[in-house]
Design a protein around this ligand. Structure first.
Ligand code: PLP
Length: 388
């Protein structure tokens, strides 16, 4: 099976993990600090806080900006469930803003329309908006940031797909147009730590708070303690936190992976340009490639319109899977998950995301994929569009 995505681990990565196993630190130690420094440097952000997943990083990001019961947080339906769950985990309500039908990112006009409506009812404006960098493509951060200032909400970028991406010449994660940005290091993403995630911010207080929430809400900072220091062992728990720490073994893997980040990104872009050529005369909608060099290209999503192809997405999916091609679908609209339907969401709430979902198919894309494997994917797609 050619998977839709997978990690690329080399001998140096393995050695880095083995070296950590022989060191004094297995849990959070010096490698975590180095990984945080490396990402802060890469993103041109002053602060980075690692966590044991992007889901955890999103959760402590929401907690750090005081998302809680009575608040509402907005995100998009075309994302992984974690982008919405992080707010629910804080006891807040969630609402969804529909996507743009060409970029598959948050629709800024839809966001603006929803804000204008919400502003007319007391207490309905969002505490935070979580735009997602779908497939590694940045949303219109500047426009969202302008709205954030106008309507008084915080912005957490879910940049899980976007390690190493840029937006208008700025590294994604610089947080020049957001409060916090979150990355994922899951194996299918751009670089991996197995499980792992990280948040960047320009706000030192938010960084300190996220680091504290990652470790049980515990501090050793005398200034924050209510009692006097009782000795070298003394710490205080000053709020309710979690154990969301990344291990040093994982951080060492991540640091080693970062050496090849730009090679990975270059190969992903090369494969995308190749898909663009190979699929030129295939009757499917290809992703926009106007940001070929800026996007991190976590995903390559085509759309199958049954009216153009005579085949449904389901038929193409089944036939390609039977041919050993691990196509996938990103994403089932989050508001249509049973958990969210039970909260009152229903089909028709986000028509663009729902229409997109009916047609979307992610073709395999990962840096270790060979040209021959990609040719096999294209042949299988052409075959499945011809016969049932
Ligand atoms: C992968 C992903 C997450 C969750 O990442 P984990 O590191 O697996 O917790 C969150 N949001 C989006 C958009 C993702 O793709």
């Amino acid at each position: 099976m050619i998977p839709y995505g997978r990690q690329w681990i080399d001998d140096a990565d393995i050695q880095a993990v083995v070296d950590t196993l022989r060191s004094d630190w297995l849990t959070q130690g010096p490698a975590v600090g180095k990984l945080e420094a490396a990402l802060a440097d890469l993103c041109h952000a002053p602060h980075a806080v690692a966590a044991n997943s992007a889901t955890s990083a999103l959760h402590i990001a929401c907690l750090a900006i005081d998302v809680g019961p009575g608040d509402v947080v907005w995100t998009v339906p075309n994302t992984f469930v974690a982008s919405a769950n992080c707010a629910r985990l804080c006891g807040a309500d969630v609402d969804f803003v529909d996507i743009d039908p060409t970029t598959y990112n948050i629709s800024v006009p839809a966001l603006e329309h929803k804000l204008r409506k919400a502003a007319m009812i007391a207490g309905r404006l969002p505490k935070a908006v979580i735009p997602v960098h779908f497939s590694g493509r940045a949303p219109d951060q500047e426009a969202i940031w302008t709205l954030a200032k106008d309507y008084g909400f915080r912005v957490i970028e879910d940049a899980s797909h976007s390690v190493g991406a840029t937006h208008q010449g700025e590294p994604v994660g610089s947080c020049r147009s957001s409060d916090i940005a979150v990355f994922s290091f899951h194996p299918v993403k751009i670089v991996t730590t197995a499980e792992g995630g990280l948040a960047t911010t320009r706000d030192a207080a938010l960084a300190d708070r996220m680091a504290r929430l990652r470790t049980h809400g515990i501090t050793k900072d005398q200034q924050l303690m209510s009692n006097k220091d009782e000795g070298g062992w003394y710490y205080e728990q000053i709020e309710l936190g979690l154990n969301y720490r990344l291990t040093d073994m994982q951080a060492a893997l991540g640091l080693s992976q970062l050496r090849r980040l730009y090679e990975f990104l270059r190969r992903r872009r090369e494969l995308v340009a190749r898909y663009e050529r190979l699929l030129a005369d295939v009757p499917v909608t290809r992703p926009l490639i106007d940001v070929l060099e800026e996007s991190a290209w976590h995903l390559y999503v085509i759309r199958i319109d049954p009216k153009r192809t005579g085949k449904t997405r389901r038929q193409v999916y089944d036939s390609m899977r039977a041919a050993g091609i691990g196509v996938q679908v990103h994403y089932i609209p989050v508001h249509l998950q049973p958990y969210y339907r039970a909260l009152g969401f229903k089909p028709g709430d986000c028509p663009e995301a729902e229409r997109y979902y009916e047609e979307a198919l992610s073709l395999p894309l990962y840096p270790a994929m060979s040209n021959a494997e990609q040719d096999q994917v294209v042949d299988a797609l052409k075959t499945s569009l011809r016969c049932a």
